[in-house]
Design a protein around this ligand. Structure first.
Ligand code: NAP
Length: 333
């Protein structure tokens, strides 16, 4: 499998490239806005070639599949270009920064029939398979509530995450993970949303807490932001017990989850899976493209409910009378 990367992103360097190597793939080219920067990136990361411009990368005959780790506001345009060129796409999360764009991209994915994945890799991870098994066995009874957080300190000057025009903000960047977890595990329909946010940068949410209500008495409590140290966690609360997950989204070798069943001793399980956390997803995508597996977790199946939920939280935060802060205020960190 020969991949091409659009843009010289940090996440491609830290997570995607090691996973492609672990999954037996090759990154044959990177496309950048500036050839010099892309060439340096290629040389530093063992990528075969650099090309100038994103269209040149998509049209490169040596590229079989495209990875898109661009700022959020650019995902729709370049995902649509790649899908129309018939190249399977792994686009970074969130698939798009708005509900309207998500609808447009998914319409093109359906129309072209070209496979598209949103780069939430945790649904492919062995940990999620084990947790789904426990839930299906009724280990915690009926799942009623998910409490989940994703925080880190954003200290990268000029980061697109601090800009509205790039569809930045904590909800888009990291709050999307707890929301996707709820979409993965809840069975009901989205019924209500509440949220409050602290604003920073040029008016993006730098910290947000909120909840989503689903039919069947299921609820997500989400907390996300750029203002405190690394925190990725989830508790699944049921009518007969709980599951606590140290890192539901990018589990490493030290991560685990613990099952608390009413009247029984707690049991801990290692998260398992291969490192880095992207590996299982990349391995699957490569097998699908080679015709060896049926596709799972395609964007056309899963991305719209998550985009609707993010939109509901965004609107709820905007309505909130106590939310705010100074949109023109200094960027934190
Ligand atoms: N799945 C995950 O675990 C995970 C983790 C982190 C980030 N992400 C996602 O990955 C994406 C990239 O995040 P990142 O932090 O890796 O980004 P980054 O390091 O800032 O890189 C983004 C790249 O996009 C290109 N670009 C094009 N127009 C740009 C603009 N106007 N401003 C800035 N860059 C521009 C640049 O490459 P050239 O100029 O060379 O073309 C740049 O290197 C985001 O969607 C983010 O949500 C996902």
């Amino acid at each position: 499998m020969r991949w091409g990367i659009i843009g010289t992103a940090r996440i491609a360097r830290s997570a995607f490239l090691p996973a492609v190597a672990a999954a037996g793939g090759v990154v044959s080219a990177v496309g950048g806005r500036e050839l010099a920067r892309a060439s340096q990136y290629a040389a530093e990361n063992g990528i075969g070639r650099a090309v100038q411009g994103y269209l040149a990368l998509i049209d490169d005959p040596d590229v079989e599949a495209v990875y898109i780790p661009l700022p959020n506001a650019l995902h729709a345009e370049w995902t649509i270009e790649a899908l129309r060129a018939g190249k399977p796409v792994l686009c970074e999360k969130p698939l798009c920064g708005t509900l309207a764009e998500t609808g447009e991209v998914l319409a093109v994915a359906r129309e072209t029939g070209t496979p598209l994945w949103e780069a939430f890799v945790f649904p492919f991870h062995e940990q999620m398979t084990k947790i789904r098994g426990l839930l299906a066995d009724g280990a915690i009874g009926d799942l009623r509530e998910i409490q989940s957080s994703f925080h880190f300190v954003l200290d990268h000057p000029g980061d697109f995450r601090m800009h509205r025009g790039m569809d930045g903000g904590a909800l888009n960047d990291v709050g999307c993970y707890p929301v996707r977890l709820a979409v993965e595990l809840f069975t009901g329909e989205l019924e209500s949303a509440w949220a409050t946010a602290i604003l920073g940068g040029d008016g993006v949410d730098v910290d947000l807490q909120g909840s989503l209500g689903y039919s069947g008495h299921q609820r997500l409590m989400v907390s996300c932001g750029f203002q405190r140290s690394d925190d990725r966690f989830a508790r699944l609360l049921g009518t007969a017990g709980q599951i606590h997950i140290t890192d539901p989204f990018h589990p490493g070798p030290d991560d685990s989850f613990t099952l608390f069943e009413a009247g029984k001793e707690a049991r801990s399980y290692t998260a398992g899976g291969e490192a880095p956390s992207f590996t299982a997803a990349i391995r699957h995508i490569q097998r699908v493209i080679r015709g060896e597996e049926e596709p799972r977790h395609l964007a056309v199946d899963n991305s719209l409910p998550a985009a609707r939920a993010l939109d509901a939280l965004r609107e709820a935060a905007a309505r909130d009378q106590l939310g705010g802060g100074d949109p023109d205020g200094e960027q934190p960190g």
